[in-house]
Design a protein around this ligand. Structure first.
Ligand code: ADP
Ligand code: ZN
Length: 807
């Protein structure tokens, strides 16, 4: 049956255009237009990129034949998006107040992002001067919008009107395939025999190549292969081409990220009884093709990864594929190697260190079905796998699974969606699950699996000491090191062991703390840390907008030493050089790891014991497994607690648990020293005892009392503008508009300035909605997004579901 019309979602991300448009498929394109291919279509007065989401035979009733335009060209030979991903993009746009096309574009590698250009062609009558200005003196030129100012473009349109210049839009496919020179043997035996007769006696090389060609007719090998395998030279190969023995061809090579090398090879371990129970539950679901969600709660080093890898093996043995998500920061070379050792060439790695070309090629390997396991960070959740049998989300509590920029989405939720689509089990794993996931396991929505002991029988959890820095500062003056941490460093390093030191900088300097008692001013309504505003000399709550003057004396202890707390890794490194000059330090932070491969090198050096101390930000907390690290020091546990975020305690507990888990992973007993100004804080107590369950129960009570997640769902509405008073006014209007229309049980906090109130010249205000049912406000919020598009230029509004950060 003939399918004459294509439903196309156009690359115009607005609320008004957020639906498929109907285009006629010209008969010459009938074979090429399929769901999931990209096409070029006319839209208004422009040509734009579009995604075919469906084919129909009949014209929709509300359209007339003459209204329908043609599909102009097809950009892809094969669909770039499967039916699953087309549907997923639609659902994500719906639930995240965004546009279908934004998600369609997001799912493709950057190499396939549309590159809009215009081709300018000189016509008769164009002056030489204009030719130089607009065409760079050439007859034809490809330009981007940014090549000319608005005034320049006006002049170009003028010339176009006068017929001196042609302007044609071009959309380029940037997905370039990399090829190399190769030589193919002649398949025609008679031709080869003819060459043989012509060959002189001395032509030994040519004779060898000829013999080889006769034995391997029509086969292609890259230049490199010819040179290394046949011990020949480029000159001989080219002579063989002249004679007709060989033919030069270009063959595609897929760019692969360097595989990680290392001296050890990861072997499968014999699972202990707890691991076995988890493995059995997961593999039973794999075999039954049952979409079940497991929460694998296992202390650090309990062998969660081992369970993932063996369960993955089971799915692969059954001919299915595995998606293994890991937070970017935990996708260490060690982790990559572990997976590659098990699954070899059938693995694809997607992480931010890849070049656009490497990413494009990895993506195509996956799409072509050559891959069985995809390991990657957040965006890997969109990997084009068709036979998913298992999805793993490691460190499921990590905030980095949630994309805060537009379009907003949570990779964890996408994983659950895809699991349901493929009838595949999903494993969420963590030593410190998010309260949301843990609560769902409590209710039986997820099946809880627990690992309570370290997998290596010789290893035990480290002993954790809490050091009160208030006293230390009194005794020892301004320093980042307590006497206890210093003594322990000398002791452990003296034995030839290694130490990891973490400076928690998840803070930002604009919060206030008393240096004597650790008191952080909180607002009376929300009980959240308030943010310092130097311009107005006030402290503000960024949820409800309560404000008060910055205290001169501490309301808790009367001290005058109220200040903002902040120190940097560089400063600590300098202090270490003075205190412990005999030990080398490797520093790991955003500055030292900017260069590609720098992080891998630093970690490899630390593994080879070129340094005894690894000092860094949160980067050192996750995923590292060094057997000789026996001491972990947290220099400032408090900064995270001071953040104006209802998850401040949860995030701090997670971080402390993670970093403590780096110590004593092998035979030697590990120790952890946590320095703090709040030694009595419940987060520190639970972290000290490795007591996630205790923390969970206490924190749930607090969330319940304060009506925060997981008892309530939150939605953040964020407005910004270049003009501060405009956005303040507009946000207040929106709040009033919402309050009039929202169901009564939806609570509105704010509007108030965001913690980071100004960014890139824009001023941000936010409101937070709290509700019992997740979709209660959806309709109204979609209407709001729609209206916001008609607002004055400069104003922007974003709506985020379940935000993980309020900065
Ligand atoms: P997690 O992912 O929970 O932090 P890992 O899977 O990385 O834990 O395991 C921690 C260490 O214990 C690793 O070195 C791993 O090789 C080892 N290990 C895991 N399972 C076993 C087992 N059953 N027997 C012995 N060692 C194991
Ligand atoms: Zn408040």
């Amino acid at each position: 049956m003939k399918q004459s019309y294509a439903q196309v979602v156009v690359d115009v991300p607005t609320q008004q255009t957020n639906r498929p448009y109907t285009y006629l498929i010209p008969s010459e394109l009938a074979d090429q237009v399929r769901p999931g291919v990209r096409v070029l279509v006319a839209f208004g007065h422009r040509s734009v990129l579009g995604y075919v989401v469906n084919l129909t035979e009949e014209l929709p009733a509300d359209l007339k034949e003459e209204q329908v335009k043609d599909v102009l060209t097809v950009l892809d030979e094969k669909p770039v998006l499967s039916k699953e991903l087309l549907t997923l993009a639609h659902d994500l746009a719906e639930s995240n107040f965004s546009y279908w096309v934004s998600f369609l574009a997001l799912m493709l590698p950057t190499a396939l992002k549309a590159d809009y250009r215009k081709k300018l062609t000189a016509l008769e009558g164009l002056s030489d001067e204009d030719r130089v200005t607009y065409l760079d003196g050439q007859q034809e030129r490809l330009v981007k919008t940014k090549n000319f100012t608005a005034k320049g473009w006006r002049a170009i349109r003028e010339l176009q009107k006068e017929g001196q210049l042609a302007v044609v839009p071009v959309i380029e496919n940037k997905g370039k395939v990399k090829t190399v020179l190769a030589y193919q043997t002649n398949a025609d035996h008679e031709a080869l025999e003819a060459i043989q007769e012509q060959l002189g006696k001395g032509a030994k090389q040519q004779q060898r190549l000829l013999d080889f060609a006769m034995a391997h007719p029509g086969q292609t090998f890259s230049k490199q292969e010819w040179l290394s395998q046949l011990d020949t030279s480029v000159a001989s190969l080219n002579t063989a081409v002249e004679k007709g023995t060989l033919k030069k061809v270009q063959v595609e090579v897929k760019r692969r990220p360097d595989s990680v090398s290392g001296s050890w090879v990861e072997q499968e371990k014999v699972l202990n009884p707890e691991q076995r129970a988890a493995y059995d539950a997961i593999t039973t679901a794999i075999v039954k093709k049952k979409n079940e969600t497991f929460l694998l709660e296992g202390i650090t080093g309990s062998g969660k990864t081992e369970v993932y890898l063996q369960a993955a093996q089971e799915a692969i043995n059954r001919g299915e594929q595995v998606l293994f998500l890991v937070p970017e920061i935990a996708l260490t070379p060690q982790m990559q190697k572990r997976v590659q050792d098990r699954f070899g060439d059938k693995t694809a790695l997607l992480h931010s260190g890849l070049s656009a070309g490497e990413r494009y090629d990895e993506w195509r390997r996956i799409r072509e079905g050559k891959v069985q396991v995809v390991v990657g960070a957040r965006s890997a959740v969109f990997a084009p796998l068709d036979k998913l049998g298992l999805i793993i989300v490691d460190e499921e509590h990590e905030a980095s699974y949630s994309q805060s920029e537009n379009p907003h989405y949570s990779a964890r939720d996408v994983a659950l969606w895809r699991g349901a689509y493929h009838h595949a089990p999903v494993v969420l794993g963590s030593a410190t699950p998010s309260l949301e996931s843990r609560a769902r396991a409590q209710k039986g929505v997820y099946q809880l699996l627990t690992l309570t002991a370290r997998a290596n029988p010789a290893a035990s959890l480290p002993k954790v000491d809490i050091v009160d820095m208030r006293q230390e500062l009194l005794d020892r003056g301004d320093t980042n090191f307590s006497q206890e941490l210093l003594d322990k460093l000398k002791e452990h390093l003296g034995r030839g062991e290694q130490a990891v030191l973490m400076l928690n900088r998840r803070g930002f300097s604009s919060f206030v703390m008393c240096r004597d008692c650790g008191y952080v001013p909180r607002d009376p309504n929300c009980n959240l840390a308030m943010t310092l505003h130097m311009d107005t000399r006030t402290l503000k709550c960024h949820y409800c907008d309560y404000q008060e003057a910055i205290p001169q004396v501490c309301p808790a202890c009367g001290s005058r030493r109220i200040r903002y707390y902040g120190t940097g890794t560089e400063k600590v490194e300098a202090e270490l050089k003075e205190l412990l000059p005999e030990y080398a330090v490797i520093r790991l932070d955003q500055d030292t790891t900017r260069k590609k491969g720098a992080m891998a090198k630093a970690l490899a050096d630390f593994g080879k014991k070129k340094a005894q101390i690894l000092l860094g930000t949160q980067m050192v907390a996750k995923g590292l497994d060094f057997p000789d690290v026996t001491l972990v020091g947290v220099l400032n546990a408090d900064t995270g607690l001071g953040l104006p975020d209802f998850r401040a305690s949860e995030k701090t507990f997670q971080l402390l648990t993670q970093v403590a888990g780096r110590a004593g992973r092998a035979e030697q007993q590990g120790e952890v020293v946590i320095q703090t100004f709040n030694p009595d804080h419940y987060v520190l107590k639970f972290a000290q005892n490795h007591d996630y369950e205790g923390f969970y129960r206490q924190e749930m009570q607090i969330r319940h009392a304060a009506e925060f997640p997981p008892y309530f769902y939150t939605i953040q509405i964020q407005c910004s503008d270049l003009d501060e008073s405009k956005v303040a006014l507009q946000t207040a209007k929106i709040a009033a508009w919402l309050k009039k229309r929202l169901p009564e049980d939806v609570l509105v906090l704010g509007p108030s300035p965001r913690s980071i109130a100004k960014m890139q010249g824009r001023y941000f205000f936010q409101m937070i909605l709290k509700m019992k049912k997740p979709n209660e406000a959806d309709e109204l919020l979609r209407d709001l997004v729609d209206r916001s598009q008609k607002a004055e230029k400069g104003f922007r509004l974003e709506v985020r579901r379940d935000p993980v950060s309020f900065m």
